[in-house]
Design a binder for this molecule. Structure first.
Ligand code: ADP
Length: 489
């Protein structure tokens, strides 16, 4: 019997997307997931045709070259007697249109995210409003509005609240980072006349914050790992929205993020001193030596090279790394810490590097090229996150045979297997304490010295499939479920 092909259209909104701009994992996800969803519709018998399009703000830091073509749409958002002109530029990548929304307010601040959220309020509120208006102007009728985190949550909120406009029938929110709810942007909401949420399940303090507004408006909430989906039902990880989540448990589905297997492939990665694969790890050793030379460390294969590639944030446990490394100073190791963010944590890393000048380097910047080389040359990735909705760094590291030592939380718990040896891909510890972290690190270092054991762990890790294909299929299933359920009602 011939099956009918389903056709659905999805409008995907995010604050950042690779290859245009990336600050953290959200950028990877917004770049890769739409492409993976698009790939699902292969002609060989697949039953789903997806028209997926992505909208992001035209940030100051995005290459200006996309403005060289004429905009696909120019319009204004009007509030009272003020008009905010918007231009939308398009770039199609592998069949997926990416729309870049440009306006004075959107491109105003140099940084994508500012430590002071109030500086981001106008940018993301205007972007959300403009992105919501845009489909009508190009006569496109998406079935699903798919938003990500607080920056785009207002779009789903207005989509539900504003009875004057034509609605996008269904909506989904992928939850990458719950604690960032958009607090501090209240004046922007007033300026753009965004009303508070009227959802009685939300505590009163949350009804004026973008992320809760979005959570209350969507048909489905997708935390980025199954464990994180369970953790947010509890008070701590739930950031005091645990009652809301418990009440709305039926609309929560955890789906793991994936990594782009083309970008993160040690066999073809153009950034490496030498490419390598699972069958011949000698190339990995060469990458380590190159790093040791570059950072003026002693060139010794038998000393483990520890790496960190992370935003500098207390979430990521950078302080645990600083204190934990001091606790195991007697053990030979070398460490390269790459990251930027919280000035206090940056300072702490620099101070540590000053104490151990021969074996620690702190590189305080965002450096994609160096990150590739660190995953390739590093033996152990340190990732002692206090909470981790999904985490991409550990998946990338495993693909490069760099073994993670991580806290047992959220997506780290879901992606790293710590035993038995035949499945082992890394090390997990429970408490966010320097002593617990350094103990796990010492266990990893001891295994590192056992070459056959270590190689087995590396092989297990490199064999893991964290590509987007499986997660994209799960997203597609959720899209169909949401639409079908909506039609039944
Ligand atoms: P989060 O999204 O919370 O920042 P993830 O682990 O999900 O953390 O994703 C982080 C992504 O950003 C990974 O691709 C990692 O390699 C990259 N990254 C983080 N900090 C840096 C940095 N300083 N330089 C280069 N890449 C970085």
């Amino acid at each position: 019997m011939e099956k009918k092909t389903r056709k659905i259209s999805v409008y995907f909104l995010a604050a950042e997307a690779v290859p245009f701009i990336k600050v953290g994992g959200l950028g990877d996800v917004a770049g890769a997931l739409p492409q993976a969803l698009k790939r699902l519709q292969k002609p060989n018998g697949s039953l789903l045709t997806l028209d997926i399009r992505v909208a992001i703000p035209y940030h100051f830091a995005i290459d200006q070259k996309y403005k060289e073509q004429s905009p696909v749409s120019s319009f204004s958002i009007t509030r009272g007697n003020l008009q905010y002109p918007i231009k939308v530029f398009e770039k199609i990548i592998d069949g997926v249109p990416f729309y870049l929304f440009d306006s004075d307010l959107i491109g105003k601040t140099e940084k994508v995210y500012n430590l002071d959220a109030s500086m981001d309020g106008d940018k993301f509120t205007l972007f959300s409003l403009a992105a919501l208006r845009f489909p009508q102007l190009i006569h496109w009728k998406p079935d699903i509005l798919h938003i990500n985190d607080w920056h785009t949550a207002i779009a789903a909120h207005i989509n539900r609240m504003d009875s004057r406009r034509e609605k996008i029938p269904f909506s989904i929110l992928t939850l990458h980072n719950l604690p960032f709810m958009g607090a501090g942007i209240e004046s922007s909401l007033v300026k753009f006349r965004v009303p508070p949420s009227d959802d009685p399940d939300l505590p009163e303090w949350a009804r004026i914050l973008p992320l809760p507004m979005g959570l209350a408006s969507v048909d489905r909430i997708i935390p980025v790992s199954p464990s994180y989906a369970r953790e947010i039902l509890k008070k701590d990880a739930g950031c005091n929205l645990h009652f809301f989540f418990r009440k709305n448990d039926a609309k929560i589905t955890g789906i793991l993020n994936g990594i782009d297997p083309e970008t993160w492939n040690p066999q073809t990665d153009p950034n490496l001193a030498q490419n390598y694969g699972i069958d011949d790890l000698s190339g990995k050793a060469q990458n380590k030596r190159t790093l040791q030379a570059e950072f003026h460390f002693s060139k010794q294969d038998d000393i483990p090279l520890l790496i960190m590639v992370s935003r500098m944030d207390t979430q990521k446990g950078v302080d645990l790394i600083v204190d934990g490394l001091r606790m195991i100073a007697e053990t030979p190791w070398q460490a390269i810490l790459l990251g930027s963010g919280d000035p206090n944590l940056e300072e702490a890393c620099l101070a540590l590097a000053k104490i151990f000048p021969k074996r620690i380097r702190a590189i305080l910047r965002f450096d994609s090229q160096l990150s590739h080389r660190l995953y390739a040359g590093g033996d152990i990735l340190m990732m002692p996150s206090r909470y981790e909705p999904c985490g991409l760094s550990q998946m990338i590291a495993m693909r490069y045979g760099c073994i993670p030592v991580a806290r047992s939380t959220g997506g780290l718990k879901d992606t790293i297997s710590s035993h038995p040896l035949k499945e082992k891909t890394g090390y997990l510890f429970s408490h966010a304490k320097p002593a617990d972290f350094s103990k796990a690190l010492l266990t990893a270092i001891s295994d590192f010295k056992n070459c056959s054991r270590w190689e087995k762990i590396q092989q297990n890790a490199m064999q893991k499939d964290y590509s987007w294909d499986q997660s994209a299929a799960e997203y597609a299933r959720v899209y169909l479920e949401v639409i079908d359920k909506g039609k039944e009602q």
